[in-house]
Design a protein around this ligand. Structure first.
Ligand SMILES: O=C(O)CCC(=O)C(=O)O
Ligand SMILES: [Fe+2]
Length: 351
């Protein structure tokens, strides 16, 4: 879940931020309840998640179609060399392998956005997650200096380089989607989207059926780009298929639509409901880059005004800034329902 934004959560307490002490736990913490129930992994459906070659002449059309029917897709030929992923995996692991006391030197402040801690989702759900993360917007130098006083530059260089690559790629993907979907503003009319990088770590878990890494959520972003190491865990909820696994595929990246693009497309693009499960078999790492509008950019649904009939000719949501929306979502994960407009026309009308 995107950690960006400046709205303070009044009730966030250190217990919502400090990750579990994974090394000393061989059972699920008491306050937690099983989360991973009710989902069926569908091997077939896994193969149906669209894979889009960004070099293909059909890429633009396929991207729009994937946003409409899945809200999540895989991209290949994205132009990022494998050593960039190797570097970010190595440096993330260097951080997450530190003793707890070392990692705590980078702890996120209550109400803050950047640094080490459990996903902000934990505070809303009042649950322990089998998760630890490191969030950054640009250089992580302040936190890195606390952790490695003499040798902080390596981590910073790796993370800054990774964010630069992701910024370019997200501009490309989002630009193609916006350009090929009639009526949406161009990439630059979206206020110059900004990025947040979230390193996610899910250590090996002794009780994977009783714990969840990240509980089901949608991201607040326009789009999120995710790189996973070689341990599976990401799952997408699809109306027809239920929970399906999105296994790591070497050289590919996972992209999902977030709430902001869902609102802007007037709900035509699906905001992917996803979660991260945990495993007894390996330490999972994932790297989520959230590309979203600046905090005060007002996102309004673009309503199709001709040709089709039906409720799409009316806005489904009221305009909202990311700042306001995040404030609502910090209190209620189902914030979309708070900005929903009740449709006046049940059946369509002709233009
Ligand atoms: O670990 C993953 O694959 C998903 C991460 C995610 O959903 C997030 O950081 O919002
Ligand atoms: Fe997410």
């Amino acid at each position: 879940m995107e950690a960006g934004g400046t709205v303070l959560q009044a009730s966030v307490h250190l217990r919502h931020i400090i990750p579990l002490d994974f090394d000393s736990l061989d059972y699920a913490p008491q306050s937690d309840t099983p989360h991973v129930s009710g989902g069926v992994e569908s091997e077939d459906a896994e193969h149906s998640l669209p894979t889009i070659d960004l070099d293909s002449p059909l890429a633009e059309e396929l991207l729009v179609r994937a946003c409409e029917s899945w809200g999540m897709f895989i991209v290949t030929n994205h132009g990022i060399p494998s050593d960039v992923f190797k570097g970010v995996e190595e440096d993330a692991l260097r951080f997450f392998s530190l003793p707890k006391g070392g990692k705590m030197k980078a702890l996120r402040a209550p109400g803050g956005t950047v640094g080490y801690g459990m996903a902000p989702l934990a505070a809303i759900l009042e649950k322990f997650l089998w998760h630890e993360g490191f969030t950054m917007i640009g250089s992580p130098v302040e936190q890195a200096k606390q952790v490695w006083p003499r040798d902080y530059m390596r981590f910073c260089v790796t993370m800054e380089e990774y964010q630069k690559r992701m910024k370019t790629l997200s501009e490309k993907i989002l630009g193609l989607i916006l350009k090929n979907y009639g009526g949406l503003p161009s990439f630059h009319e979206c206020g110059g989207p900004s990025g947040v990088l979230q390193l996610n770590s899910y250590p090996e878990c002794p009780c994977p059926n009783e714990m969840i890494g990240l509980a089901p959520h949608t991201d607040t972003s326009f789009i999120t780009i995710v790189h996973q190491n070689n341990v599976s865990g990401l799952q997408l909820f699809h109306e027809q298929h239920g929970w399906i696994s999105v296994a790591p595929m070497t050289g590919s990246l996972v992209v999902n639509v977030g709430d902001m693009l869902h609102i802007m497309s007037n709900a035509r693009f699906l905001n992917a409901l996803h979660r991260a499960t945990v495993s007894r078999m390996g330490h999972r790492l994932s790297f989520a880059y959230f590309c979203g509008p600046p905090a005060d950019f007002e996102v309004s649904p673009v309503v199709k005004t001709c040709c089709s009939s039906g409720p799409d000719q009316e806005a489904r949501y009221r305009p909202v800034t990311k700042r306001e929306y995040k404030g609502m979502k910090n209190r209620d994960l189902n914030a979309l329902s708070l900005i929903k407009i009740t449709q006046r026309h049940e059946s369509g009308y002709k233009c």
